[in-house]
Design a protein around this ligand. Structure first.
Ligand code: FAD
Ligand code: S2G
Ligand code: ZN
Length: 461
């Protein structure tokens, strides 16, 4: 190890204690490959600070050594932003936030709470539930995804149609900047017009502007009664119009998810379970309602009122029945991952073009990668589709390019909720345009002048 690295490691051990500076390859391994196994790289070390001051000391040591910092929470990100780069221009240190796990008492008056960046979504949900609160963002990776990572990616999830994405849940933030200073506005207030809103700026910044250490969050009332329906329909257009009508007619609607029969067949093949209907149908809409009183009848009435566009439907209000229906949707990710290393896209289209996009993207995938398996699923009211393609080798970007090119051509976004990461940095300008990217780069240069915060993420190095 060169003397500079040895000096840096001494400083890091001084900052967080030697138990929390991992240099052994086996100990580093789980921090160096992402959840999809498509992105991986080597770190000089993994450090695990327990406080904002320790994070600040780590940042100062790395800044002095010109070493890159890779912030990492639950490592469930899907665009390569949470793991070391494979061909990095400079040594990299992974900063794991998992020890930043404070859970402050719930502010019952304001319906808010402040938590450490390393708190998982599931731990937050459990923490606020006894006080009668829920949290507006929910997603399948809830047991591992951290609040800091969810802010950094402006995570969306299954309840955006009712509560919006992570950015809309923020009231305050504490974060360590690239020079090791700590910016803090906590617990924060919902109305706070005192200059630039740091929480909003850091939401979606993917570790490139600061390392988030603590977050002030707004909560939502916990509505204990739920019901879930799976509705079989002819096609995407029907699903989009039905979900749109229900969002207006059913105030208790909190989730509307779209998937197709090839995805359902894969989930059943990979995970077992019964087909929900006697027949196979082209497309499925999963709907969830929640309320203080049992909302099952409201949901049933709304589906009946939809008439003949509903080919078949099944409802569940008991927990196990609801979970079984949700598994048909939420198991898509794992089932596709079990088929091989997937090409994962996460796009959103204007709702009026979603049906056309579904038809055209299937053709585009077949043309770019003949015979590849293509699975579409997502959050229909947000126009957000996840596309999993199995077939082309991980390094063959042809199918990714075909999908992103079509998305931009049809007025969509190349990243709806997972972020740009390293996966789509080459596409940023094609999507956002020269002026937007120049403005974003100016912010990046201002906050990270020597470029040590997650280099290669969002912007190609
Ligand atoms: P990581 O993966 O550790 O990091 C993600 C990014 O944030 C990286 O760029 C990292 O550098 C940065 N980062 C992490 N922590 C910090 C911090 N404290 N400060 C600054 N930067 C930080 N995403 C959705 O939006 N909606 C979904 O429905 C959804 N479902 C998923 C289902 C599954 C099964 C899986 C595996 C993933 C899913 N995701 C979804 C993606 C992922 O869970 C989210 O992107 C989540 O926000 C990542 O959180 P994390 O703590 O794992 O972050
Ligand atoms: C979802 C999860 C990751 C993926 O299931 O909503 O955000 O692309 C996705 O499978
Ligand atoms: Zn999603």
């Amino acid at each position: 190890m060169n003397p500079d690295s040895a000096t840096l490691l001494d400083s890091l051990q001084g900052a967080v204690g030697s138990d929390h500076v991992l240099t052994d390859a086996d100990l580093r391994a789980s921090y160096e490959a992402d959840w999809s196994r498509r992105w991986h790289g080597e770190a000089l070390a993994v450090v695990r600070p327990a406080t904002a001051d320790e994070v600040a000391a780590v940042v100062r040591a790395c800044a002095a050594a010109g070493v890159a910092l890779i912030p990492q929470g639950g490592n469930t990100g899907l665009v390569g932003g949470s793991v070391p780069r494979s061909h990095a221009a400079r040594p990299q240190v992974v900063v794991s936030t998992l020890r930043l796990r404070d859970l402050e008492p719930v502010d019952l008056l304001a319906g808010e709470v402040t938590v450490g960046a390393g708190v998982t979504l599931a731990a937050l949900q459990a923490h606020v539930r006894p006080a009668g609160f829920g949290f507006g963002v929910d997603l399948g990776a809830r047991d591992s995804a951290t609040i800091g990572g969810m802010v950094a990616t402006n995570a969306g999830g299954i309840h955006v149609l009712r509560h919006g994405p992570m950015r809309m849940q923020l009231v305050g933030i504490e974060a360590v900047l690239a020079d090791g200073t700590i910016a803090r506005r906590l617990p924060g207030m919902l109305k706070d017009n005192t200059g630039y809103h740091l929480p909003s700026l850091l939401a979606g910044s993917e570790g490139t502007l600061a390392i988030i250490t603590r977050v002030g969050l707004r909560l939502v009332p916990h509505l204990a009664r739920r019901a879930v329906a799976l509705v079989a329909v002819d096609d995407t257009a029907t699903a989009v119009s039905l979900a749109g009508a229900l969002r207006s007619s059913l105030p208790s609607l909190v989730a509307a998810e779209l998937f197709f029969d090839e995805g359902l067949a894969l989930v059943l093949r990979r995970g077992g379970g019964e087909r929900p209907f006697r027949d196979a149908h082209p497309a499925y809409l999963l709907l969830e309602v929640e309320s203080r009183a049992d909302p099952t009848d409201d949901l049933a009435t709304a589906i009946d009122a939809a008439g003949a566009v509903v080919r078949d439907a099944v409802l569940a209000s008991d927990a196990s029945g609801r979970d079984r229906l949700w598994e048909l949707r939420e198991n898509h990710t794992e089932a596709i991952n079990a088929e091989g290393v997937p090409h994962k896209l996460d796009v959103a289209l204007p709702l009026g073009r979603l049906a056309e996009f579904v038809d055209r993207v299937r053709a585009a995938v077949e043309e770019a990668a003949p015979g590849a398996a293509c699975y579409l699923y997502g959050h229909v009211c947000d126009g957000n589709l996840h596309i999993g393609v199995i077939g082309p080798p991980a390094e063959d970007e042809g199918v990714d390019s075909a999908i992103l090119r079509l998305t931009i051509e049809m007025g969509g976004t190349i990243s709806a909720e997972h972020g740009v990461g390293v996966a789509k940095a080459d596409w940023l300008e094609a999507d956002r345009g020269v002026a937007d990217v120049a403005a974003m780069r100016a912010i990046k240069r201002a906050l990270d002048p020597i470029g040590i915060l997650n280099p290669g993420v969002i912007f190609r190095d």
